[in-house]
Design a protein around this ligand. Structure first.
Ligand SMILES: Nc1ncnc2c1ncn2[C@@H]1O[C@H](COP(=O)(O)OP(=O)(O)OP(=O)(O)O)[C@@H](O)[C@H]1O
Length: 252
């Protein structure tokens, strides 16, 4: 997977009422629309070699989720490119795809079909997914009755059973309890053994250091540092203590 000079800018409409009528009236009066631009990703480039896990860290608003959404294909780049070989599976997309009025069982089918599997393939994997999520009878209950931890357990179970070429895992994972986290970590290690490529976003630096081959630190949309997990996490921790002025941009 390769990301080159990626820029993502959100356009936020600051009108109190963003209606078509307002827009037309403004257009007729030749007034400017009241937009604010948020440059969430600013010229980020990096490669993730096949079979490697790259961890993404950074303070709130650094651009981590935006980057993940772009890799998952949910958000188009404003400029630059994202090149991906194969199938991407993501908790983000699955979480979005789930319909909380439907049961867990029905959502497994929905998620599987959305990930490109056939009905027969999902049926074949169903028992394994249900076992992994460990929801018991809840699997036949509407998902609106799930706790957020149960929701993310099912989303994770579906995502990791799709045999993705690239797996994106974000903070959602931390919603599971300790027992589930152990199982999730073991599953991720197994996936990596099968040469899967992974992007892992987390504020839990311990998890990031354990699983990642390389870590990327983002700050205000820019790539600050990239490399050995321990070195990058240490630099980030130092920055959290000292503040903004300690950042020296790296030429990468
Ligand atoms: N839908 C949106 N519309 C406008 N601005 C957005 C939108 N989503 C995110 N942003 C802005 O983009 C920037 C990056 O946000 P993003 O959610 O990617 O950060 P993050 O690193 O995932 O943060 P956190 O650790 O808090 O989850 C922030 O300034 C945020 O306010």
């Amino acid at each position: 997977m390769s990301i080159y000079d990626l820029h993502i800018t959100y356009k936020v409409n600051l009108e109190r009422k963003a209606s078509l009528k307002n827009a037309l009236v403004k257009g007729l009066r030749r007034e400017k629309q009241n937009y604010r631009e948020v440059r969430a990703i600013r010229g980020v480039s990096f490669d993730v070699p096949k079979g490697q896990c790259t961890g993404i860290i950074g303070a709130n608003g650094a651009g981590k989720s935006t980057l993940m959404r772009a890799v998952a294909g949910i958000l188009p780049p404003t400029s630059g490119s994202i090149t991906i070989d194969g199938k991407v599976s993501t908790l983000l997309a699955l979480g979005v795809g789930f319909n909380s009025a439907l049961t867990g069982r029905e959502n497994v089918m929905l998620g599987g079909l959305a990930a490109g599997l056939t009905r027969a393939e999902v049926n074949e994997k169903f028992d394994e997914i249900a076992d992994f999520s460990d929801l018991g009878d809840f699997i036949d209950m509407p998902m609106r009755t799930y706790s957020s931890g149960m929701f993310s357990r099912l989303a994770f179970a579906v995502a990791v059973h799709m045999n993705p070429d690239i797996l994106i895992i974000d903070e959602a994972l931390s919603a599971g309890d300790a027992k589930f986290k152990d199982r999730a970590n073991a599953k991720m290690a197994e996936l990596m053994d099968h040469a899967g490529t992974m992007l892992l976003v987390s504020h839990a630096l311990g998890t990031i250091q354990n699983l990642s081959d390389e870590v990327i630190w983002l700050h205000k949309g820019r790539l600050i540092k990239r490399g050995d997990p321990k070195l990058v996490c240490d630099a980030y921790l130092e920055f959290l203590k000292v503040g903004d002025e300690s950042i020296v941009m790296e030429d990468v």
